[in-house]
Design a protein around this ligand. Sequence first.
Ligand SMILES: [Ca+2]
Length: 286
Amino acid sequence: MNSVSYSREHSLNLFSYLKYLYNKRQEDILYYKRYNELKKIMQNESLETFFQPIVNLQTGQTFGFEALNRPGQPEFFSSVDHFYEFVGQTDMVFEFEKFCRNLSLKRYIAGLNEKLQDEDFNLFINIHPHVLLDKHYHSGDTLQLLIDIGIRPDQVVFELTERSAVTDFQEFERVLSHYRSQGYRIAIDDVGSGYNSLKTLIFLKPEFIKLDRSLIQNIDESKPSQQLVSLIYDYAVQSDTKIIAEGIERKEEIMYLQKLGIHYAQGYALGRPGRTIECGELPSLT
Ligand SMILES: [Ca+2]
């Protein structure tokens, strides 16, 4: 290599390095801004909580509500998914989860009006599987909050998404039995969206299986979805697990699932997520 091309290459390297440093710094700044925004959202409780009804497909009665927390208009995030993805990468993930859980519970109890208070609804709360594994969460904080606001643990169902990898199933089973001994129940969320559904179902023996909307949409017309849902239904009956079908938007889907014997369902056709707690209902199917 002659000295001219050596020095050009050298300056090119230096240029790429400076560019790398510049980009890295921009990323760091953005990270810092996002991190600050996350902290502010928690401080100001500027998350909106929505409650979506889960309806018994056989009786039409509302069985419970799923609490969904959404940041209002986050400045440095492109979408809600982006926001949650970011939270998952920070050291705030546990704190944020706990914050969301407590906020959902407080808003739930505040939102139940006199009329609804006499009824025995169940509250479904999304929770990251790793949070349950965290030692700090064995302390019974949630239990104390429930006692304070007058909800029994057996009215609370933790929804664990199967999208996040559970690797140590034995440890997980142990942690879940700890929660179950306090009365909580478990739902596996997004079942059928890929990933490790079957293993998750077999090891964690959830009380509820939430079937992913991708399996439910147009199920009345899709043979492969019908076959898979039938298989999971048979498993559920044998293992005394209840199924909740998600993402119902059409009457035909309701009719198909009712005929199959599916227990519960959730979706726009039965009730949208709302800031106030409203029971869902079966649309007229004629
Ligand atoms: Ca969910």
